[in-house]
Design a protein around this ligand. Structure first.
Ligand code: 5RP
Length: 227
């Protein structure tokens, strides 16, 4: 199905609103990064402002933190709240086993830390993110010092490393590192590759993610929840 930009925005928004229905008064919430997560943050801000919802949030990027503060959401650090009730985030791809690739926005290291600090992980996506098997490039956050050796190791594992750029310069994450987008084609064993990538010295974090508790998929007909 061909979806216009407006259709995609609609699907992201309804998925985000559906996920936010799980937010309860008094909860501590992890806030993801990306265009879908922005709908989540704005909706939570609306509930705080207009319905008196009392929540505290930890953001997964500087961009999400700024938006949350602008929307009137109380933002804390993981030092202040090491365990969260719920994390709501977007994703770049979700396969039939609910394995995911994240990090299109380069925020996956903090996203993974916040997700793993949360009792429940809820993902909101438009329908184009749902695939039979993961097949997009895997974002890998790498210490700049280790760019060359990490690229060698990615090639040894059968991948093609591509340094992410922003204009003429390497893209730099909120943590001061670079991103290598690694093309492994169709991932036959995402869990096995995830383990191998984690053991490469200089890799801070890769974008293959744990299975979430729920995926809220926005479709033109409504929201479908995958568990
Ligand atoms: C950022 C992410 C995002 O969740 C992912 O890129 C999806 O973004 P969007 O909702 O804009 O499609 O992992 O690092």
């Amino acid at each position: 199905m061909d979806l216009s930009e407006i259709d995609l925005e609609y699907e992201k928004r309804i998925a985000a609103l559906s996920a936010v229905k799980l937010v309860e008064n008094g909860m501590d919430i992890g806030l993801g990064t990306g265009s879908t997560a922005e709908f989540v943050i704005k909706e939570i801000g609306y509930l705080v402002k207009h319905e008196g919802l009392e929540i505290r949030a930890v953001a997964t990027s500087k961009r999400s933190e700024r938006l949350a503060i602008d929307c009137g959401v109380e933002v804390k650090t993981l030092d202040e709240i090491p365990t969260l009730d719920l994390c709501i985030d977007g994703a770049d791809q979700v396969d039939s086993g609910l394995n995911m690739i994240k990090g299109g926005g380069g925020a996956h290291t903090r996203e993974k830390i916040v997700a793993s600090s949360s009792k429940r992980l809820i993902i909101a996506v438009d329908e184009t993110k749902i695939v039979p098997s993961l097949n997009r490039t895997i974002p890998i956050e790498v210490l700049p010092f280790a760019q060359a050796p990490v690229s060698v190791q990615i090639k040894k594992l059968g991948g093609t490393p591509i340094l992410r750029m922003e204009g003429d310069s390497p893209f730099i994450t909120d943590n001061g590192n670079i991103i290598i987008d690694a093309d492994f084609g169709v991932l036959k064993d995402p869990g096995g590759l995830a383990m191998r990538l984690s053991t490469i010295p200089g890799v801070l974090e890769h974008g293959i993610f744990m299975r979430p508790d729920e995926v809220h998929v926005g479709e033109m007909e409504g929201v479908r929840v995958l568990r």
